[in-house]
Design a protein around this ligand. Structure first.
Ligand code: CP3
Length: 351
């Protein structure tokens, strides 16, 4: 007769919040918590040579992922990589221009789409990322949750179509209007390859997955359902099928009033919200659907002072009646003061 051990409920705060528990003090992490505002990040990046070399150097990528954990003891750690590594694995050229941002070879024709690699031929290229995840799952403190991530198909497509970041995603909207077959073929390829990529991250040790749809807000009407909601829903459903119980955070940035019912629409455990909506709106209209993550303004980490403390506490209080993870509405900026991050954490924990 074998005695069955009942697995204890996780004691990791992030996993408890994602499971729907309302905690007395919310768990905390920050988008871009490993980044240029930290002197130790800049030193390690210099050691790696440049940003992409850092992403593909598993030891150093794990090192910069751990730096903010050592400094601040955040409750979650997000894999250090970039959403544009996937297009590179699909065969696009990728480079970063200092002070400007990413550049890619463009995918706007049927021939260019057909020249990309098949959705499942990405793993050799991305092997160093999976190795970073494996190192982190060994080295993180036991109370820290490891988050893996990818860009959502629409957001990644906007960079692949334009060959760079764009203020209004104009080239992607134009391709959608002019050559729907190529546009949808690209979205489908990205959806299928994102599932493979994220599934491999989970196999390597990622405990939670976050899907970044930074440009979801520029999709209007039916396009929002078709190209923001539907791909995220497919990715979430397939990942949960392959990895039962895997928690998923969706971040359809700029969704505004469309954040209402977002948990149910995507099937996500948590919805991350940006600064386009107030904490009160999200607490009333989004949090009833499940865990919410967000949404302090990143500029407060530059300006600091009493306003930082007041805002961090006001947001924490607004979300106190339901499952909640404290975070920013977007990534911390390079000009933020590292001391303000500690002030923010202390304010949240004493709210
Ligand atoms: O949050 C984290 O710390 C995890 C790592 C991470 C990075 N990028 C590292 C990074 C994550 C999750 C991303 C996501 C990402 N990358 C998004 C979606 C989220 C968002 O910010 O909207 C997007 C759109 C990208 C593409 C990208 N990468 C751009 C447009 C840029 C240039 C802009 C900039 O901030 O310089 C990057 C570069 C990048 N990705 C940096 C970091 C730390 C800065 C690179 C450097 O060190 O010089």
């Amino acid at each position: 007769m074998s005695e069955k051990l009942i697995a204890p409920k996780s004691d990791k705060l992030i996993l408890r919040a994602l499971a729907g528990e309302t905690l007395p003090t919310p768990p905390i992490w920050m988008m871009r918590q490993a980044g240029r505002y930290l002197p130790e990040y800049r030193a390690t990046r210099a050691q790696a040579g440049d940003f992409l070399s850092l992403c593909y150097n598993s030891e150093l990528a794990a090192e910069v992922t751990l730096q903010p954990i050592r400094r601040y003891g955040f409750d979650a750690s997000i894999l250090f990589a970039d959403i544009l590594l996937l297009p590179q694995a699909l065969g696009a050229d990728l480079w970063f221009v200092t002070g400007e941002g990413p550049r890619l070879s463009t995918t706007t024709t049927a021939d260019q789409l057909a020249a990309l690699n098949p959705f499942d031929a990405i793993h050799d290229h991305l092997a160093p990322v999976y190795e970073t995840v494996r190192i982190l799952s060994r080295e993180l403190p036991r109370e820290t949750t490891l988050i893996g991530f990818a860009g959502a198909p629409w957001t990644v497509a906007t960079y692949m179509i334009a060959g760079r970041g764009t203020p209004d995603q104009g080239p992607a909207h134009a391709l959608k209007a002019e050559n729907r077959a190529v546009f949808e073929g690209l979205i489908d390829l990205l959806t299928a390859s994102t599932i493979e990529y994220l599934s491999a991250q989970v196999q390597a040790g990622a405990e939670v997955i976050k899907i970044f749809d930074s440009w979801a807000g520029s999709l209007q009407g039916d396009d929002f359902e078709k190209y923001a909601i539907e791909p995220a829903r497919k990715i979430t459903a397939e990942l949960k099928k392959r990895h039962p119980g895997l928690p998923i955070i969706a971040f359809p940035r700029g969704a505004g009033e469309r954040y209402v019912d977002m948990h149910a629409k995507i099937g996500a455990d948590c919805v991350a919200i940006d600064n386009g909506v107030t904490a009160d709106f999200a607490a009333t209209s989004v949090q009833p659907g499940g865990c919410v993550q967000g949404n302090m303004r990143p500029d407060l980490l530059v300006t600091g002072g009493q306003e930082l403390i007041d805002e961090a506490q006001a947001i924490t209080c607004a979300f106190a009646k339901g499952p909640y993870i404290f975070n920013l509405g977007h990534g911390i900026t390079p000009d933020a003061d590292p001391e303000n991050v500690q002030i923010m954490i202390d304010a949240v924990r004493s709210a």
